[in-house]
Design a binder for this molecule. Structure first.
Ligand code: DX5
Ligand code: ZN
Length: 212
């Protein structure tokens, strides 16, 4: 399992979490960008991310929970970013945005809220690199995993294997050792976590998830 650690927190400073993540076997640092429009909360601006990136030793997996994702791409592309994921619900021309992300040599991800159906994004599965299934309503950390998304993960995973694609499924929200096991069984190969990993046991918990 790939592990992406979110530094979103009500308790810790982003820089402190980032430094902890640097010393683990995590694959990515997950950057939760919220604009106060697509979701109620507001987090980091592009200039905040640029400053924080100086402390990061892991490639970024950026999760744009914003109403205008297009304006972030060019600036993010000059940083150590591997994935840029935007919300299907936030854009009109999905293919145009995927092409724009790819034009900078980055991997593109499409995210779906818990109540958005797999069938809505089926046309884009073969042109994205990652599908980010939200297992909580986007907007804050510390929420409970919604079991209802397991069926969606299973459907997406079936479509991906039927089409013989390399697209990966990542799951974000309420992830811990138990829920990560469930999503893995349904075909996810990456998990995002904030609260479960932000503790003194971060190292061993990352390893535990990675070895699932
Ligand atoms: C929620 C964010 C998540 C969040 C996960 O909107 O996209 O990445 O940080 O936090 P936990 O793991 O606490 O649910
Ligand atoms: Zn996220």
């Amino acid at each position: 399992m790939k592990v992406s650690v979110s530094f979103l927190s009500d308790h810790f400073k982003p820089v402190d979490v980032i430094k902890m993540v640097n010393n683990t076997n995590a694959d990515y640092i997950h950057v939760d960008v919220m604009d106060g429009k697509f979701v109620d909360n507001k987090t980091y601006t592009l200039s905040d991310i640029e400053k924080l990136s100086n402390y990061m030793k892991k490639p970024m997996d950026v999760h744009l929970m914003v109403s205008n994702p297009k304006k972030y791409i060019e600036k993010l592309a000059i940083l150590n970013v591997e994935y840029i994921t935007f919300h299907y619900e936030s854009v009109k021309n999905v293919k145009e945005l995927i092409d724009l992300i790819h034009s900078y040599g980055l991997k593109a991800g499409i995210s779906v809220k818990p109540h958005t159906n797999a069938s809505d994004i089926v046309d884009f599965i073969d042109i994205v690199d990652l599908v980010l299934v939200m297992s909580v309503e986007p907007g804050k950390s510390g929420q409970t995993f919604m079991n209802s998304v397991l069926y969606k993960i299973e459907s997406l995973s079936r479509i991906i294997s039927e089409k013989n694609l390399k697209t990966i499924i990542s799951v974000d929200g309420g992830i811990n050792d138990e829920t990560a096991t469930l999503v893995k069984e349904k075909g996810a190969s990456m998990v995002v976590s904030a609260s479960y990993l932000q503790c003194t046991d971060m190292n061993s918990r990352v390893d535990l998830l990675k070895n699932l």
